[in-house]
Design a protein around this ligand. Structure first.
Ligand code: FMN
Length: 228
């Protein structure tokens, strides 16, 4: 089987937000997980613990639990705070530009609150996909330390690149980070685990306009200082 080069996998991956109603075969999931397990981690601690869920009933139950919680006015219920509490520029502008770009692409009026909420809730419908990896770590690794979060971030990219190389599209989700405790309860996770994020995996719906959106990146001079 021909797979993509690493460079091609990195540059051709993009977040997909509408998937075909088709599960990722178990052997492909295992190949993705096996490949991603080679992600480096500090002291080789391999802090990632994964629940690979393709049971549509379970996915529906998790999604419903989160949506009911939000609809009832519930606050975020999380193990880690992903986004900054106070946004400053240039990050705030980048966030706004990316959001506006996606809504424009989908011809959604930013003032259309109902439509925006529907799009947000699509996260908890897994964008129509049937396979989601929920990535956790041991709470003891993130009590007063952040290294495991760095490792699990690298692991996220490994999952998505391995998937891409095997013809599987993905969407990383911090929208589940925010309701990590609800997911932990619904999945009845052991008490020592903290849910960090999820990655939706599947086959993109190529007719969906949102799947053609590729937000720009800033130029190297904005982020790199060469010291020769
Ligand atoms: C940690 C993390 C969390 C994210 N959470 C979400 C999410 O909850 N929902 C979503 O639609 N996209 C989410 N994204 C996708 C980002 O919006 C996307 O990566 C970014 O806009 C760049 O676009 P690209 O992935 O298509 O290159 C997340 C990305 C990362 C890395």
């Amino acid at each position: 089987m021909n797979t993509l080069s690493v460079l091609d996998a990195i540059t051709s991956r993009s977040s997909k937000r509408k998937f075909l109603n088709k599960p990722v075969p178990k052997e492909i999931q295992e190949k993705i997980l096996q490949t991603a397990s080679m992600t480096p981690s500090g002291a080789n601690m391999q802090p990632w613990i994964v629940y690979a869920v393709s049971n549509t009933k379970v996915l529906e139950t998790i999604g419903n639990a989160i949506i009911s919680h939000i609809d009832a006015g519930g606050e975020v219920d999380q193990f880690i705070q992903y986004y900054p509490l106070k946004w400053k520029n240039p990050y705030k502008l980048r966030r706004i530009k990316t959001g506006v770009g996606l809504y424009e692409q989908m011809q959604v009026d930013r003032k259309d609150k109902d439509k925006r909420k529907e799009l947000w809730y699509d996260n908890y419908r897994w964008f129509g996909a049937q396979t989601v990896f929920f990535v956790c770590t041991d709470k003891s690794l993130i009590e007063g330390a952040q290294g495991a979060l760095i490792d699990c971030g690298a692991y996220m990219q490994s999952l998505m690149l391995a998937a891409k190389a095997l013809g599987i599209d993905s969407c990383p989700q911090g929208s589940t980070t925010e309701y990590g405790r609800i997911i932990a309860k619904t999945l009845d996770l052991p008490n020592n685990l903290a849910l960090l994020y999820s990655v939706v995996l599947g086959y993109e719906d190529t007719s969906a306009i949102q799947n053609t959106y590729q937000p720009e990146r800033v130029s190297l001079d904005e982020i790199v200082t060469f010291i020769d």
